[in-house]
Design a protein around this ligand. Structure first.
Ligand SMILES: [Zn+2]
Length: 302
């Protein structure tokens, strides 16, 4: 009897380690928490999703661990942002490209002529595209297409999930606009630790200034801090913002520089930029994160 029990337990452990083989579900690996959330929404119960990056993780600096490499090698599909957001993973993905399962860079599918250019990235584009809800909807369409091609028997289910999710994103767009419209246009200046919010600014009429530039890979210098402090004083900006995936000291240095010139600027709160909040919380979803940011920004700048 004991021997049989052992065999059953061993079998369970073995099958857990080989999900893609044993339960017939697609094994998907994603990078950022935004993409993980999106893929979970479209795939529902039909897929296994493993997100490499957790909450508060900075994708610009993230390096693949040995465990990540084996997850990537065993994946049926890999979804990532692209446009060199995941700067240190590019090499790993390039190696994967020579294998049968090509990783899919969702942002690379967007119409490049509509993107914001940037000299900071090898892609020549600002990769923080998820802050325009319309681009995120296009991510959803691409994910649905790929899942349906790889797993045709569940295609109808993926399509239904996508339709439900798009309806929620449309509602998010309306909710965001109605809150943002309460802030006068001249007060729409967003100062944060790094330039993650350019697409947000373009969509909702904010002037966006980041202390660190587009990537967190280079630290802000003393001159950058002084220049931005002068800008904040000149434009009479009420609040600046910390980001969840960038060290707080960056923005605290800026606040100190403003104070040293006998002015005051509040820290308006922490925004989620390149990663969602903790899983299981409202901000742990793309939709919850987006509204949290909007409310935080508007409340502090009003
Ligand atoms: Zn970023």
């Amino acid at each position: 009897m004991k021997k049989y029990l052992f065999l059953i337990i061993a079998g369970v452990i073995f099958s857990c380690k080989n999900n893609s083989v044993d339960n017939g579900k697609l094994n998907i690996v994603t990078t950022t928490t935004m993409i993980t959330d999106l893929v979970e929404n479209i795939g529902g119960d039909h897929i296994n999703v493993q997100g490499l990056m957790g909450s508060g993780v900075d994708p610009h600096l993230y390096k693949a661990s040995e465990g990540d490499v084996s997850k990537l090698a065993n994946a049926d599909i890999i979804f990532y942002n692209g446009l060199h957001l995941e700067g240190k993973l590019v090499e790993v993905f390039e190696k994967m490209g020579s294998q049968a399962k090509t990783p899919i860079a969702l942002a690379d599918e967007l119409d490049k002529s509509t993107l914001i250019g940037s000299d900071y990235f090898a892609s020549n584009y600002d990769p923080h595209v998820w802050f325009d809800i319309n681009y995120f909807k296009q991510f959803a369409t691409k994910v649905t297409l790929v899942l349906s091609q790889q797993d045709p028997k569940n295609a109808a289910s993926y399509q239904t999930n996508k339709n439900i999710y798009i309806t929620k994103l449309d509602k998010l767009q309306k909710d965001a606009v109605s809150v943002i419209e309460t802030l006068p246009k001249e007060k729409r200046i967003l100062v944060t630790a790094h330039d993650a919010f350019n697409y947000f600014g373009k969509a909702y009429g904010f002037e966006v200034v980041g202390l660190q530039g587009l990537s967190t890979a280079t630290e802000a210098g003393v001159q950058d801090v002084q220049k931005l402090a002068a800008f904040i004083i000149n434009r009479n900006i009420k609040a600046i913002f910390v980001e969840s995936s960038v060290p707080r000291r960056t923005i605290e240095a800026l606040q100190a520089a403003v104070k040293s010139k006998d002015h005051n600027v509040e820290i308006g709160g922490t925004l989620f930029s390149d990663a969602l909040g903790n899983k299981g919380t409202n901000e742990g979803t793309y939709i919850g994160m987006f509204m949290y940011n909007v409310n935080t920004i508007i409340n502090a700048l009003k």
